[in-house]
Design a protein around this ligand. Structure first.
Ligand SMILES: [Zn+2]
Length: 123
């Protein structure tokens, strides 16, 4: 009985994105907003709290895997950039490639590894 439900669920989720890091973050954000809204009895916050939950559901059932993976990678990358205190991240003005350079070196000349364009940034 439970096996059948599991197989059916697996078949249903096949080819879909499923729960990735960004979806989980949205679910937690939505849950926190709903919790806060119930504490403050704010109906606006309650409605707003459902938005991230609906986006998370949409992402989990989405079949556009390429786009969802790109979104998730961007989201995870954003947090590794925040945590990284040793390096700074710049995007190339020519091709938008992200370039990592060591922090605290003053003004340096950065050469994009992808397109070779050079640009000066303060680290
Ligand atoms: Zn470039």
């Amino acid at each position: 009985m439970f096996q059948n439900i599991r197989y059916a669920l697996q078949r249903f989720m096949y080819g879909r994105n499923g729960a990735d890091t960004l979806s989980w973050a949205l679910i937690i954000l939505g849950a926190v907003l709903c919790l806060v809204s119930s504490l403050t009895s704010s109906s606006l916050l309650y409605v707003v709290g459902y938005l991230p939950l609906m986006v998370a559901l949409f992402r989990m059932y989405s079949r556009n895997l390429e786009k969802r993976h790109a979104e998730n990678a961007k989201f995870c990358g954003f947090f590794t950039h925040l945590k990284d205190r040793q390096n700074r991240y710049f995007s190339c003005p020519n091709c938008a490639q992200t370039v990592r350079v060591p922090r605290g070196k003053g003004k340096i000349n950065i050469r994009c590894p992808k397109c070779g364009r050079q640009f000066v940034k303060k680290t």
